[in-house]
Design a protein around this ligand. Structure first.
Ligand SMILES: Cc1ncc(COP(=O)(O)O)c(C=O)c1O
Length: 384
């Protein structure tokens, strides 16, 4: 927490308005709370600073406030949304997709579509024990049963365990993670594709965190096989410096489940998406970022984060007794039992604590270009 914010108190909501000047200290405190993500030694979570080049789109979106449930009324916004989606879906080798509020919503919708497309399949979903809790949540909402599959020491789903589970009971869907929340590990996508095809199961890729690799030509090989998945979700609000909400859900096949249950005020009736009213907030910030930055500089920014993560992991060698460095820009580590604990670093957002293979470890997340290996190592050494 910014020490200057410690004494800040909210003002009561009252029948009379406050002068703007009376609220300025609060506005400033809110701003500075968000600014902590810009520190070179902030690596606690997947919370990048919003890029300058997104801000113009963000402002425009607030001023536009249209609703793309009536796209004919907003032809320019509808065209910009299509244009941005075309680029993004193509980057993931998917033919179509739409924006959502986050990967929680994306996975929920993908599993809903899987259930609708295969009404006679056993309502079971498999994902690794390291998968994000949003998968279990989606299953619970949809009345599907969720079963975890063992992960290896690097947090990656074990294909043999998946194969055995499928042989016992063919699932409705398999979810493979491209960048686990704890370690940033990438499940073996090609094996998951093969097994999903063998059992005619829907394959969803949760690329919420690791999907950014698809935008860097020399890193795309990590996602080999994605072109054979049925759906994929990816969060620009985690790795592309986008204001929330910014998330993508791609599909391999057109989903034709138009809801026309007496909706008489929208023409044509809305497609079956989880989203209700939505407009510029999902696409304009991302569009302005891409247009003002260019895809080469976007790829360079992602690669810089990955390089900082690699440098940090290399610098851990003299002090850590266990290190896990993933290709997606997360490094986890453990210290000797005799080392002091890093509670102060955790409280300041330098690192976070996660459980990997039932063992608590520290985690550094390289979500923002301001996060620097040297600054994190200096904070760590200072705490030992
Ligand atoms: C791997 C993974 N999947 C899904 C999610 C959920 O994303 P959201 O919070 O955008 O709904 C997260 C969030 O951290 C995640 O790490």
């Amino acid at each position: 927490m910014n020490p200057n914010n410690k004494n800040i108190k909210l003002l009561e909501i009252s029948p009379k308005p406050y002068e703007t000047a009376a609220l300025l200290p609060l506005f400033d405190a809110v701003r500075s709370e968000g600014q902590q993500h810009a520190a070179a030694d902030w690596a606690a979570h997947m919370t990048p600073v919003v890029t300058q080049n997104s801000l113009i789109g963000h402002l425009l979106s607030a001023q536009h406030n249209g609703n793309l449930l009536s796209p004919a009324l907003y032809p320019l916004l509808a065209e910009i949304e299509k244009h941005t989606l075309r680029w993004l879906c193509r980057s993931f080798s998917f033919p179509m997709g739409h924006f959502t509020s986050g990967s929680t919503a994306g996975t929920l919708e993908a599993l809903w579509q899987a259930r609708e497309s295969h009404p006679h399949r056993a309502p079971i979903v498999y994902a690794s024990q390291a998968a994000h809790y949003s998968i279990a949540k989606a299953c619970r909402i949809l009345g599907l049963s969720f079963q975890t599959i063992a992960a290896d020491a690097d947090d990656r789903l074990c294909p043999d365990a998946l194969q055995r589970a499928c042989a016992g009971q063919a699932p409705l869907a398999i979810v493979a993670t491209v960048g686990t929340t704890a370690c940033g590990a990438i499940d073996p996508i090609a094996d998951c594709v093969r097994i999903a095809q063998q059992y005619n199961s829907w394959l969803h890729l949760d690329a919420a965190w690791g999907g950014a690799l698809a935008l860097v030509p020399k890193q795309r090989h990590w996602l080999t096989g994605m072109a054979d998945a049925d759906s994929l979700c990816f969060d620009p609000h985690k790795t592309l410096g986008q204001p929330k909400p910014s998330s993508l859900l791609c599909y391999r096949q057109a989903i034709d489940l138009t809801i026309d249950d007496g909706i008489n005020y929208l023409d044509p009736p809305p497609a079956t998406q989880f989203l209700g009213s939505h407009g510029a907030e999902y696409c304009l910030s991302l569009w302005s970022y891409v247009m003002l930055t260019g895809t080469t500089a976007i790829a360079e920014a992602i690669q810089n984060r990955l390089d900082q993560a690699a440098q940090f992991a290399a610098g851990l060698t003299p002090v850590a007794n266990w290190i896990n460095h993933s290709p997606t820009g997360i490094a986890c580590f453990a210290l000797a039992d005799s080392a002091p604990d890093l509670t102060r670093c955790i409280e300041q957002g330098v690192f976070s604590r996660v459980i990997v293979n039932e063992t608590p470890v520290y985690r550094a997340v390289f979500a923002d270009s301001s996060t620097q290996a040297d600054a994190l190592l200096a904070s760590l050494i200072e705490s030992l």
